[in-house]
Design a protein around this ligand. Structure first.
Ligand code: GLC
Length: 740
């Protein structure tokens, strides 16, 4: 709905608010307490409390970019997706909601639901999958969890923000059908799950900035999907007052321009201006990080600050109607009312006791559970599980630190974190250790902030001897099994230049594999990476960025205390075989990235090209072993009812294990528009005891059979559909057919 239908209370408030007060509600301002990422001052005379918005998708980052206020650091969103379990997503959303309230925050700026189109994207760790069905299920789960705690969820970044290179200017040139079938579904699922807000992206879509995109924001999001919450900009993303207001943006964050945000306070109290501190711009000595601006990763000094006074002028001139301003305010107040913030001063005062909880045993256990459930066993030639009497050599440049997350606005400061070294020692007692190669530096946001502090952090004179591969080889050779930890390093605002592991890690793995009796490699990556040594090692575990529980989670998987239940939410393949190798497609030419691959992203591409991925979408081994019976359709579905597929599953191993039963739909061979060979339609993650047999039901929404037709909308072509049931997109165990 282009204009929301406010409740009587909100409508009454809107009538009482002055123009000035309304303008203050639609543009952020600095949080006087300094804990929020974004802040809206309240209107005390009308008992409208201030509102605090906080990052991010992997935990609550209150208190700013430096050492933020601690909170539970959940695993990367791609690890949550690898669990294929929306219930875990819902539980994480609820836990983040409780932690947000405990920090006095009202809105969480997450989940990140952009599709993983480009394997190099610096924010893939913050997103879920290359597949819209999986991304939608996780998106809805996190949103339901957050909103269930009376905290506003903010799925982001609407839409087609699939790369960090030139993210503040690039135009995603993408056709309507591809938008509908791939890039929009996870946002639609979030709206259907009750999200109170949506954050627009920095980039353009088909030439128009997301903030100003009347079609996508007003016609699709608000009118067609019936979204009645508020649309918030990304930080300093806005450029055009009238374009944004009339395009459907309701709230500009953080308020003010980049230059304002970093300008020197010239007031006498602050010491007054001097030649090094001009009043209206960044400090003269600030080192505007041209690199990040050069990659277009960060908004420029003149961005932001288009609401406030410029909006007042646009209202005066009639370029923006007063009704539009009222709708902005009603949408924001409507969400405050929904989460109980308009219940008068008492509620406001008591809001610190809005059921918040921080760093509870439940949250710690959940962070570890998601990390173990999201761990993917890519290959296992019987080197795992480890036995208690194995002599273990722990190798790797970063084993002394947990891989909590990546760089950027999602970074969470945990209360505690467990490194691989600590986790292995907790589980196994003594292990020998060798770093092998120099530490792989994490990338942090501070390096990329527009006026980043360019003073090199004092490299603490680490007098420890440089690690050597020779030392690692000797340590590995003296053990029964070598466990080598390798990682990539990524951040918001910058893409990876290669899918190869940084530094000399590949050489380290090669050398250890030559010498060790058994070699297990644990990969901590943001998404797909090249694994050139994969034939030379016994076992490969993809653990993503596991969050605070890192060492304990990976140790419990390595020793088989828990079954590695993760399945790949993205395809792993040789870097030059992804469908974005043409620079027109990525990173784009003349600031336009052409999504010419259309629907054929990820496994859809490799199936269409008959390619051989290194490890396919949905892949992941279990320590147990499962046999599939013949699938049968127990509910035919159709129109708006779901189809149910029943799959007999047996765990034929002598230990418990977890299986993700996946169902793919193959459309009828029709002469109509080209369609992917198969598309994920539904899935179920189930745990079976040794020897247990269970009939697993998988629900398929009707839209799983549909394609989007620009003239007719969602269309289910008549004909025979094949339902493929399997362990991955390339390991189909049984099929069933369905007429439509
Ligand atoms: C950033 C990010 C967005 C984040 C916001 C606030 O630039 O793109 O995801 O929520 O700013 O930190």
């Amino acid at each position: 709905m282009t204009t929301t239908e406010p409740t009587d209370e909100v409508a009454t408030l809107c009538e009482k608010l002055t123009r000035e007060e309304k303008l203050r509600l639609v543009q952020g301002s600095p949080d006087p307490e300094g804990t929020a990422t974004g802040y809206i001052p309240g209107v005390e005379r009308l008992e409208i409390p201030p509102v605090r918005l906080v990052d991010g998708p992997m935990g609550v980052r209150a208190g700013g970019f430096e050492e933020g206020l601690p909170a539970t650091a959940f695993p990367a969103s791609i690890a949550l997706a690898a669990t294929f379990d929306p219930n875990l997503a819902r539980r994480q959303g609820a836990a983040m909601g409780r932690e947000a309230k405990a920090r006095g925050q009202d809105v969480v700026l997450g989940p990140g639901v952009n599709l993983i189109r480009v394997p190099h994207c610096g924010r893939n760790f913050e997103y879920f999958s290359e597949d819209p069905t999986l991304a939608s299920a996780l998106s809805a789960g996190v949103v339901e969890g957050l909103q269930g705690e009376d905290v506003v969820a903010t799925p982001k970044h609407y839409v087609a923000n699939n790369q960090e290179t030139d993210r503040v200017t690039v135009s995603a040139e993408v056709d309507e059908r591809t938008l509908r079938e791939l890039y929009l579904p996870a946002f639609r699922a979030a709206v259907e799950a009750g999200a109170g807000s949506v954050m627009t992206a920095y980039n353009r879509i088909n030439g128009t900035y997301a903030n100003d995109h009347r079609y996508l924001v007003r016609e699709v999001l608000k009118d067609e999907w019936g979204f009645d919450g508020y649309v918030v900009s990304d930080w300093f993303a806005t450029k055009d007052t009238v374009g944004a207001a009339n395009g459907g943006l309701d709230l500009e964050m953080p308020g003010g321009s980049v230059a304002d945000a970093f300008s020197f306070d010239a007031s006498d109290e602050a010491g007054g201006k001097d030649e090094d501190h001009p009043a209206d711009g960044p400090p003269a000595d600030a080192d505007f990080d041209l690199e990040s601006v050069a990659t277009g990763g960060m908004p420029g000094p003149d961005q932001g600050g288009v609401f406030g006074e410029p909006l007042a002028e646009a209202l005066e001139s009639g370029d923006v109607s007063p009704d539009r301003l009222d709708d902005m305010v009603a949408r924001i107040l409507g969400q405050l009312e929904r989460i109980g913030l308009l219940e008068g001063v008492e509620a406001t005062i008591e809001r610190d006791d809005r059921g918040g909880a921080l760093d509870t045993p439940e949250h710690r256990d959940l962070a570890e559970r998601i990390a173990t459930r999201g761990t993917v066993l890519l290959k296992n030639d019987d080197a795992l599980p480890l036995s208690d009497d194995d002599r273990v050599a722990l190798v790797g440049p970063n084993v002394d630190a947990a891989t909590v997350g990546g760089g950027g606005s999602s970074a969470v400061t945990p209360f505690r974190e467990v490194s691989p070294l600590e986790g292995l020692r907790n589980r196994a007692g003594e292990v020998s250790v060798a770093r092998g190669v120099p530490e792989i530096e994490s990338l942090s946001f501070e390096d990329l902030l527009p006026f980043g502090d360019d003073s090199d952090a004092d490299q603490d004179a680490d007098d420890a001897p440089e690690p050597t591969v020779e030392d690692a080889v000797a340590t590995a050779a003296a053990a029964d099994v070598a466990v080598v930890f390798v990682r990539d390093a990524t951040t918001e605002a910058r893409d990876r230049e290669s899918l190869r592991l940084p530094g000399e890690q590949d050489a380290l793995v090669d050398a250890v594999a030559d010498a060790a009796e058994r070699t297990v490699v644990v990969v901590n990556s943001s998404g797909p990476v090249e694994l050139p040594w994969r034939e030379d090692v016994d076992t490969i575990v993809e653990a993503w960025y596991p969050g605070q529980a890192d060492g304990d989670a990976v140790a419990s998987v390595l020793y088989g205390d828990v079954d590695p239940a993760g399945r790949l939410p993205v395809t792993f393949a040789p870097e030059d075989e992804y469908p974005i190798t043409d620079e027109r497609r990525y990173p784009g030419v003349d600031d336009e990235a052409h999504y010419e691959e259309g629907l054929f992203v990820g496994y859809r591409h490799f199936d269409d090209a008959d390619g051989e991925p290194t490890y396919p979408f949905g892949h992941g081994h279990s320590y147990a072993e499962f046999e599939y019976g013949g699938a049968e359709i127990t509910t035919k579905g159709g129109d708006d009812t779901e189809t149910t597929l029943r799959v007999p599953l047996e765990n034929v191993a002598d230990r418990a294990g977890r299986e993700v039963v996946q169902v793919y739909v193959r459309p009828p061979d029709a002469d109509g528009p080209e369609r992917p060979v198969r598309e994920l339609a539904g899935f179920a993650s189930v745990e079976l005891e040794a020897g247990e047999t269970r009939a697993v039901d998988v629900e398929l929404e009707e839209r799983a059979f549909a394609r989007y037709d620009e003239a007719d909308g969602w269309t289910v072509d008549p004909g025979e559909y094949v339902l493929e049931v399997g362990r991955s997109s390339r390991d189909i165990r049984s099929t069933a057919t369905l007429e439509r």
